[in-house]
Design a protein around this ligand. Structure first.
Ligand code: K7E
Ligand code: CUA
Length: 674
């Protein structure tokens, strides 16, 4: 045990303490300032020795000091990261980069009992599957988490995340960090432009991705222009009940370009939504038939089309009957979107990826993967161009605004710009995939008073390792960016870690952006050995206010009230009605009541269990062998699971959390008579 501790990441307590003194030592030498307190002189010598022995440079030492969080102290920020094709969400403390939790979302997660019998989770996964009787979908390709916002800043109440593979959006409550809802999109099978929220979370944006018939029906590729369509869906979020409400939601039919990322306007652009698109060429692929492969087919034109959507007007149109119903969702037809003036296009550099709205809402930043610049559109200029009404039109009749009239700046950053985040000081940060770098540049214009140099120009660049996709800054897409920390979400790790076989982890790199100009310091590498996370959002930890235990004993995490099946101590019972057996059980350190469940083969079992504990962290679990059941019981929670007792025998159900000294004794017998 002792030997192991010496190697625990990121740096041991002893080492960091010693290093801290080491820095004082370095600093005082450099500055010729006050000497370190006499009492620590001995430690200083040790710090130097350790740094020397481990080959740590002064920069390494400062990086360790900036990231080390002593035992018992908490991180300042919490990062919610997509789990990529793990279909989950990772909760990571910053700056320590410690993994605090993996939230089961689209993928069953056994520790939380997510998808292993708990009827709440089984129902969420079932409702989240388009054809649950054919199959329940048990994974997702999560891309973009979105924290709920109030007045354009994170409020710490909810988290939304998209599943690109199946066009779904999930809702997670940050009261208990549990998934409450998964909604499949009724008119699309893939999404990419979600989840993004409007400044008060009235709407959750889900932009589509690969065009297909919205009906879900078959149509040959020869009918692509006529039958295939793109879409954007605006999900109405009801904060009171914490659910997306399909009846109040609507979609807008779009040309069959491939819509990519979206962002909601804010402040100057409040009431507008922006989405990128690519494949305005409408390439259909088929390299094996002698056609251009998608790879080059979708990159033939110099520009694609930024979609500018007047959300306020779209809401009016949707609420005044300007929709048709498709698979149970209200859809504004493309002709209506055009005639009602709620959809405009603007040319954008080809194969764009990120579209990001600046903190004031005035600037819309687009990065084209094949263009070394970011292109910045002005909201004022966009509104003026719409006013003037001097449009071109695409072949579907959508008005196109002039590029030069709406662009306020272009900044050359490097190769493969993708995504942009913002700081509090007029800085913007853009990931450069091909350069494997993060660039820092200054927003001119409205930020003139914040910048020393109110120009549009790059002021710094830092290498990352390697092939960065998204990047994220604390509150970096809100009206109130905090700056301070930036995390580069790198796709390739290559030489960063011990070889663990040909499948390598992703690499999250923490970067200190608190100093101006070209001073950015790489602090820490965090390997993510699960899925390919795409995007993450970072919230100040003090904005989160989760429950320590459920508010009352018998709490149903799905309905947010006392469960009708809540069982209190002394009320435990087994009720038989023909073949149906209902069990009302309690758990408390360190026993289940009842401890004998005697049933017959063929019985249909409904098992309610209430964890009556009120102590923080007094968690129990229950496993029932052979029936694929594992349940997590958080203090106060009531959970129901069901199964048919198809197999006779003796089954030991037991508690799976080491809850007390007599945890191994916390078990019972399920006796199934033949
Ligand atoms: Cu660039 Cu799906 Cu946001 Cu990944 S996406 S990087
Ligand atoms: Cu309860 Cu172990």
């Amino acid at each position: 045990m002792k030997a192991k501790r010496w190697f625990s990441p990121p740096v041991t307590a002893v080492l960091a303490l010693v290093l801290m003194v080491g820095v004082i030592f370095f600093t005082s030498c450099r500055d010729g300032g006050d000497a370190a307190p006499a009492a620590t002189t001995g430690l200083t010598q040790d710090a130097q020795a350790i740094a020397n022995e481990r080959g740590l440079s002064p920069a390494d030492v400062t990086a360790a000091l900036k990231t080390y969080v002593p035992s018992g102290q908490h991180d300042d920020y919490i990062m919610f990261s997509s789990g990529g094709h793990a279909g989950q969400v990772f909760v990571i403390g910053m700056p320590s980069m410690r993994l605090l939790k993996t939230i089961g979302v689209f993928t069953p997660e056994p520790w939380q009992g997510w998808g292993y019998g708990d009827m709440n989770s089984m129902n969420v996964l079932r409702e989240g599957s388009r054809n649950p009787d054919e199959h329940i979908i048990t994974w997702g390709d999560t891309h973009h988490p979105a924290l709920s916002e109030t007045d354009g800043d994170y409020d710490g109440e909810y988290l939304f995340i998209n599943d690109k593979a199946h066009a779904r959006i999930a809702v997670i409550s940050l009261k208990d960090f549990k998934t409450k809802q998964i909604v499949p999109n009724p008119i699309a099978l893939s999404n990419h432009g979600g989840a993004f929220v409007t400044p008060n979370t009235e709407w959750v944006i889900e932009g589509g991705h690969y065009a297909a018939p919205l009906s879900g029906d078959y149509a040959p590729l020869s009918e692509y222009e006529a039958q295939y369509r793109g879409m954007i869906t605006l999900w109405k979020f009801d904060r009171e009940i914490g659910r997306l409400v399909q009846d109040d939601s609507f979609a807008i039919e779009l040309p069959p370009y491939w819509q990519d990322l979206c962002d909601a306007g804010k402040l100057a652009s409040d009431g507008w939504v922006f989405c990128n698109s690519f494949n305005t060429e409408m390439a259909k692929g088929g390299v094996e038939k002698g056609n251009l492969p998608f790879e080059s087919g979708v990159s033939q034109y110099d520009t694609d089309l930024l979609h500018v959507i007047h959300l306020e007007r779209a809401v009016e149109v949707a609420q005044n009957g300007g929709t048709v119903e498709m698979n149970g969702l209200s859809v504004i037809p493309l002709e209506t979107a055009i005639s009602e003036g709620l959809l405009y296009f603007i040319p954008e550099p080809k194969s764009p990826h990120g579209v990001d709205v600046s903190p004031t809402g005035e600037y819309i930043v687009v990065a084209g993967k094949l263009d070394p610049h970011v292109t910045i559109y002005g909201m004022t200029e966009i509104k003026e161009a719409i006013e003037r009404g001097n449009f071109d039109y695409d072949e579907f009749g959508v008005p196109i605004l002039d590029f030069d009239e709406t662009v306020v700046a272009r900044v050359e950053l490097g190769l493969g710009p993708l995504h942009t985040q913002f700081g509090p000081d007029g800085y913007a940060y853009t990931s450069l995939f091909l350069d494997s770098a993060v660039s820092r540049w200054t927003l001119g214009g409205a930020y003139a008073d914040l910048n020393d140099d109110p120009e549009w120009e790059m002021v710094g660049k830092i290498s990352v390792h390697y092939n960065i996709g998204h990047l994220t800054v604390a509150h970096g897409d809100t009206v109130n960016p905090h700056g301070k920390y930036l995390v580069a979400l790198n796709k390739w790790a290559v030489d960063r870690f011990q070889n663990v076989g040909p499948l390598l982890p992703q690499n999250f790199q923490l970067i200190d952006i608190s100093q101006p100009g070209d001073q950015m310091q790489l602090l820490y590498d965090m390997p993510i050995g699960v899925g390919e996370p795409h995007y993450a959002q970072i919230i100040s930890a003090d904005l989160l206010d989760p429950w320590e235990v459920y508010p009352e004993v018998g709490w149903d995490a799905q309905t947010n009230t006392i469960s009708p099946n809540a069982t209190f101590q002394g009320e435990e019972r087994i009720v038989r009605d023909g073949n149906n057996v209902e069990i009302f059980m309690t758990s408390v350190r360190s026993r289940f009541v009842p401890e004998h469940v005697e049933i017959r083969q063929g019985d249909k079992v409904t098992w309610h269990i209430t964890n009556v504990e009120r102590a923080y962290d007094a968690i129990h679990g229950i496993a029932v062998p052979e029936y694929n059941i594992h349940i997590s019981l958080e203090p106060g929670e009531t959970v129901t699971f069901e199964f048919e007792a198809t197999r006779p025998g003796v089954f030991s159900y037991y508690c799976t959390e080491f809850c007390s000294a007599l945890h191994l004794e916390m078990k019972g017998y399920l006796l199934v008579q033949p």
